[in-house]
Design a protein around this ligand. Structure first.
Ligand SMILES: [Zn+2]
Ligand SMILES: [Zn+2]
Length: 326
């Protein structure tokens, strides 16, 4: 442990679809053994001598990255996830790491984690660690693009894919004053989604079900983590509106039908997580406004089953592993 590091005893660790994609090699070759998990919440049990942000006993969280160069323009602007130095951004698991015995960073399905204090998020006293954990990936990944969309009160926001990320996107967009239209392929989620506050739930059985929605939305965010008919979803946004893709399919591959795109004039962007200041912001915002993910606590020995349920769209809506079970 270095002078700028803290040691966190992990109390809860969220299960993200990225964990599954990574271990199953969907995003490329991996080095094993690899411990995944990047929604980590716990208690600080030791601090290095230069640490000022944390004291022993504080609540702390770690999301998807654990280091960056800290001197490029992006890092200086608190956009560490866009670190411009090649290899500068270090992801929480699977990234090359000379200090690790396995040669790679190891994530949060574990008892303890050491991290440089800058990359740890302060978790306010008034939010339970089990609710804080999913905010560190699912929360920031949806909050950051929603904030960049400059929503105005009453804007019509579409959320496509209502799982771990999508259900938090709904809650965040509503809290920011938007009218939310949720697009799901799971009829069994309709009542839950209405309870989250969505104005309307659109069950997409076939792609034609989207046509009545063409041009109706001001903004849309998609969390769908597999290949899908992207252009038809994008067409639900009005001309010159914005659409953000945050789900990452197998090998990053998404097909785009240009005949639709050239007619809809929607601005497409793709996004991943957010910087450390914005991750702190979403944590503080959710604690203050009591915006909590809907979670199910599992023990480590239920993980294989939980992963299958995530893939089969049966999770409701974020599994969080009890750290005591590792
Ligand atoms: Zn994630
Ligand atoms: Zn940098």
């Amino acid at each position: 442990m270095g002078d700028n590091d803290i040691l966190i005893e992990i109390k809860y660790s969220g299960v993200c679809h990225s964990d599954i994609h990574t271990i199953r090699g969907h995003w490329g070759k991996q080095i094993y053994p690899q411990v995944v998990g990047h929604e980590i919440a716990g208690i600080v049990t030791a601090v290095g001598k230069n640490v000022t942000k944390f004291r022993v006993g504080d609540k702390a969280g770690v999301g998807c990255m654990v280091d960056s160069c800290m001197h490029c323009d992006s890092c200086k602007n608190g956009e560490e996830h866009h670190c411009e130095t090649p290899g500068g951004r270090v992801l929480t698991y699977g990234a090359p790491d000379k200090t690790s015995p396995t040669g790679i960073t190891q994530g949060g399905y574990s008892n303890n984690l050491v991290v440089t204090e800058h990359f740890a998020i302060k978790i306010p006293e008034n939010i339970d660690l089990k609710y804080a954990a999913p905010l560190l990936c699912a929360g920031i990944t949806t909050y950051s693009p929603l904030m960049k969309a400059n929503l105005k009160r009453g804007d019509k926001v579409g959320v496509a894919g209502i799982g771990g990320l999508g259900h938090i996107a709904i809650k965040l967009a509503i809290a920011k004053g938007a009218e939310v239209y949720a697009f799901t392929t799971s009829p069994s989620k309709v009542n839950d989604i209405k309870a989250f506050g969505a104005k309307e739930v659109i069950v997409v059985n076939k792609i034609e079900d989207l046509q009545p929605w063409y041009g109706k939305l001001d903004y849309m965010i998609s969390t769908i983590p597999y290949a899908y008919d992207l252009a038809n979803y994008i067409s639900c946004v009005r001309p010159y509106g914005y659409f953000t893709q945050v789900g990452q399919p197998i090998n990053g591959a998404l097909e785009l039908n240009n005949s639709l795109m050239m007619n809809n004039r929607v601005n497409f962007n793709s996004s991943t997580i957010g910087g450390i200041p914005e991750t702190q912001e979403v944590m503080d915002y959710c604690a203050l406004n009591k915006i909590y993910p809907q979670i199910e606590i599992i023990s480590a020995n239920q993980l294989n089953e939980a992963w299958d349920k995530v893939v089969n769209k049966e999770a409701r809506y974020r599994y969080v592993i009890d750290g005591a079970s590792f």
